[in-house]
Design a protein around this ligand. Structure first.
Ligand code: NAD
Length: 340
């Protein structure tokens, strides 16, 4: 089957080609480095399926163009699917599958990396020592042992994250719309209401999906409920945090540390080398200027293990569509479909 694969870098091609061979899937993968949006969707002409990534625009306009070209299947190389209008896809008879599970350790471990980097100011320490500046002024951290960590979203990634933080000797508070029994099996973990988590955690890490109910979950009101000097970590999706409210929280000192791997407007920035351009996003530039903010560019998933898992599942999802067999990773449309 001929598949238009968007938003690809050399590493995507390497892992997808390897999985295509290993699984004997024999798909013809046509790679594009460009993002998928209404302008680039015509590139998929002649293909039977599309493969897309986190910042591809799979809104109504793109989907209508894809459908008019005969595309009936979209294989997402991601867990999150907030960038797809599932209702419109269903109306257009386009099925969508995702990578339901891939190394949850990749993202959980990156979240822990951000915590250590912020707490012990490793980003500053590294640069200082390279500059022969061996002063410790400004590098003071705190023991993680005994601190309370709030985990919002205790699914696959949140659970692993909680287990790692338990290893540091932290107390754990969880909040989840659908509690996971495995979370409270971690001895020191208990579920609480969101307000109790916000009021009592020293560190809050976000691991829930971006859906209408969680959009701007972290806003001026919820920040106000947090402990002064809170450490906030987001490796989930940028839209969970109201960026302007976070900036205000940092300026007021309420947020003492911010570690983000995802950013609300990241589709204009991430995955590209923009080092020779002037970034026009003032909020992003302001965040960059704060000494207690660490930003990584959506790399939490980026381990060999995760890329292998993502590629294999994606190729297998495509094969299910080609062979018309039930695809276990298909995303069901949100509500009954009314055909136009
Ligand atoms: P998951 O589905 O296993 O877990 C998500 C958890 O969030 C579930 O327990 C669910 O019940 C909970 N949840 C749903 N609605 C909620 C709500 N309204 N309030 C609180 N909790 C709610 O997903 P996962 O594999 O653990 O991934 C979590 C998120 O991580 C994904 O949605 C994705 O956005 C993000 N992610 C980021 C990267 C990255 O590279 N930065 C990579 C993979 C996934």
């Amino acid at each position: 089957m001929k598949v238009a694969v968007f938003s690809t870098k050399a590493y995507d091609r390497q892992f997808l080609d390897a999985a295509n061979l290993a699984l004997h899937a024999n798909h013809e993968l046509v790679y594009f480095d460009t993002r998928l949006d209404p302008k680039t969707a015509p590139l998929a002409d002649g293909c039977q399926a599309v493969c897309a990534f986190v910042n591809d625009d799979l809104g109504q306009a793109t989907l209508e163009i894809l459908a008019s070209q005969g595309i009936r299947f979209i294989a997402l190389r991601s867990t999150g699917f907030n960038n797809v209008d599932l209702k419109i896809a269903a109306q257009l008879d386009i099925r969508v599958a995702r990578v339901t599970v891939y190394s949850p350790f990749s993202v959980a471990e990156h979240a822990v990396g951000l915590i250590l980097m912020l707490n012990r100011k490793l980003y500053r320490a590294y640069n200082r020592v390279r500059d022969d500046n061996f002063s410790l002024e400004g590098l003071l951290g705190f023991d993680l042992h005994g601190r309370t960590v709030g985990v919002i979203g205790t699914g696959k990634i949140g659970l692993i994250f909680a287990q790692i933080m338990h290893g540091f000797g932290c107390q754990l508070l969880g909040y989840d719309a659908y509690p996971n029994p495995k979370f409270e099996e971690i001895g020191v973990a208990r579920y609480v209401q969101l307000s109790e988590l916000l009021e009592n955690a020293d560190i809050i890490s976000l691991h829930c999906p971006l859906i209408p109910e969680t959009h701007h979950l972290i806003n001026a009101d919820t920040i106000d409920q947090m402990k002064p000097g809170i450490m906030l970590i987001n490796t989930s999706r940028g839209g969970l945090i109201d960026t302007k409210a976070a900036i205000q929280g940092i300026k007021s000192g309420k947020i003492g540390y911010l570690g983000i791997d995802v950013y609300e407007q990241e589709d204009e920035l991430f995955f590209e080398d923009l080092s020779d351009t002037v970034i026009q996003d003032d909020d992003f530039q302001l965040l960059q200027s704060f000494s207690n903010v660490v930003i990584t560019a959506h790399q939490a998933f980026f381990t060999q293990n995760a890329l292998e898992d993502i590629s294999r599942t994606t190729l297998s999802n495509l094969s299910h569509f080609e062979q018309d067999t039930p695809c276990p990773n298909e995303i069901k449309p949100p509500e009954p479909v009314t055909r136009p």
